[in-house]
Design a protein around this ligand. Structure first.
Ligand code: UDP
Ligand code: MG
Length: 323
């Protein structure tokens, strides 16, 4: 099924990648030329302050398969990917990091799976080379924590390196939310998905562009977009405190009745304070329940996505139902 003249779009976010972009272009070109199909490589410059843009422009002038989108400032990796997808026209879209940690050769395996009929082929990191213990540990922990907090099946140890079919790309474009956690959204839209394993390599050159601050923002977007458990946390705390305070009050009263020590007024007052604190937390938790529902509305995600339709007059209309 070919809708546009371009078969593959490769989206590459770049932020201060002057040391790698030339090599990335060469490796990607080699791989994509070997498919003998049409393709475009879209570099999305996320407000780089080094020579990335100049190099990207030179490559664009040399090679008509290369395109460049340039942000006015640093908007972040996830928005760079989104902009690349929004402006792509291939029948399959591949997102890949610029630093060659995701080996471009794996794209060929992804294409194979796509041609077998899969709509999303995500790269699963079987092993990570050349990254710090801290990075590997926090990443592993984060993917597992997020998985335990959400009902959406977001595969662990996968990044944004993946191939998506045009129809999946179009659905992602229709999701208006701002704080995007793209790999979660790809899982959320569904369709036929499969992983291909690969070994994540060392960065080709330069430093990571994901300092701790960006990692925390990224992780909190992931959790806030796909789990309301943190909002409900106050409920559990409040419930536990109140339940214990009631229990202690009963024990105190029984002690007063059945032993000689009598009821301790002080203990009861302290207990009452704890009971009220518990009540406060519960109230916060109730607000959390409402907030989570408001967040759902604010996200503006469609209620559901229908993958295919048959026998209808217009098969493209009404595939998404807005609230
Ligand atoms: N990147 C980006 N904007 C940012 C940070 C990173 O576009 O604000 C790009 C970066 O150029 C690279 C990809 O996102 O292509 C992943 O970044 P990096 O390799 O530094 O992250 P790490 O692999 O260390 O997690
Ligand atoms: Mg990297």
């Amino acid at each position: 099924m070919r809708k546009s003249g371009i078969q593959y779009s490769i989206v590459v976010p770049v932020y201060n990648e002057e040391l790698v972009i030339g090599e990335t272009y060469k490796r990607l070109k080699k791989v994509m030329d070997s498919t003998e199909e049409t393709y475009e490589i879209i570099f999305v410059n996320d407000g780089s302050k080094d020579g990335t843009v100049e190099i990207a422009k030179t490559i664009c002038d040399m090679d008509s398969n290369i395109k460049l989108l340039s942000f006015s400032r640093n908007f972040g990796h996830q928005l760079a990917i989104s902009a690349g997808m929004d402006n792509s026209s291939g029948n399959a879209v591949v997102v890949i990091d610029a630093d060659l940690q995701d080996p471009p050769e794996v794209i060929l395996k992804m294409i194979e799976k796509w041609k077998e009929g899969y709509d999303v082929v995500y790269g699963k990191r079987a092993k990570r080379n050349g990254e710090t213990f801290f990075k590997k540990f926090t990443a592993k922990a984060f993917y597992r924590i997020l998985k335990s907090m959400t009902d959406i099946d977001i595969p662990v140890d996968t990044g944004d390196f993946r191939l998506i079919d045009r129809k999946v790309c179009d659905k992602l474009k229709s999701l208006p939310e701002h704080n995007r956690y793209v790999r979660g959204l790809v899982s959320w839209v569904g369709y036929k998905q499969i992983g291909v394993e690969f070994i994540r390599k060392e960065r080709f050159a330069g430093e990571t562009k994901y300092p701790l601050k960006k990692m925390i923002k990224f992780a909190s977007d992931g959790i806030a977009s796909f789990s309301y458990k943190p909002l409900k946390f106050a409920n559990y705390v409040g419930g536990t405190i109140s339940a214990f305070s009631v229990l202690f009050a009963i024990i105190e009263i029984f002690k007063g009745i059945f032993t000689k020590s009598g009821i301790s007024g002080m203990s009861l007052v302290i207990d009452l304070i704890f009971f009220l604190i518990g009540g406060l937390f519960i109230t916060l938790g109730i607000m959390g329940e409402y907030l989570s529902r408001m967040a759902d509305e604010a996200k503006g995600r469609p209620l559901y996505i229908i993958g295919e339709k048959a026998g209808f007059e217009d098969e493209n209309k009404m595939l998404i139902r807005k609230i």
